[in-house]
Design a protein around this ligand. Structure first.
Ligand code: ZN
Length: 145
């Protein structure tokens, strides 16, 4: 892997987990320029956002499994059903908390929204002209930006 082109900026970015979404636009400029120039930091940024999204996906699956466990316990009423139900509820709440923390502390939601918007834009561009014109103006300006 190539080295960072500017160690000082690279170290600052590493400290922020390569997340500059919280910065004011005028402060962001230098860092955005660095991301454009530096392969090392760009690939690290991708990696960290991938981890964030994977964490959210994992927390979502985990929460779903705990809800499923709760439903199964409810249905079959095994011995110590109440304790098992409490454990399933606690697991669900913990998963929801992890999901919320990742969503608040990382720019993962911003990345997902940007990806969804880019996907919608691609789809919009592929639509035949006559269908594209039937889309509400408001939606079109949102997609094209
Ligand atoms: Zn760099």
């Amino acid at each position: 892997m190539s080295d960072c082109t500017d160690r000082v900026v690279g170290n600052i970015l590493a400290g922020w987990r390569y997340d500059i979404s919280g910065l004011a636009p005028e402060m962001r400029e230098d860092y955005e320029r660095h991301f454009a120039e530096c392969d090392h930091c760009r690939s690290r940024q991708k990696l960290h956002r991938g981890i964030d999204i994977a964490l959210m996906a994992l927390a979502t699956i985990s929460a779903f499994v705990f809800v499923l466990a709760f439903a199964v316990i409810r249905h079959f009423v095994p011995q110590h059903a109440f304790i098992l139900e409490l454990a399933a509820m606690a697991g669900f709440l913990l998963s929801a908390l992890v999901w919320l923390l990742v969503a608040i502390a990382t720019p993962a939601p911003v990345v997902v929204v940007a990806a969804a918007r880019s996907g919608a834009r691609t789809l919009h561009d592929r639509l035949p002209e006559n269908i594209r014109e039937k889309l509400p103006e408001e939606l079109r300006t949102k997609l094209i930006g």
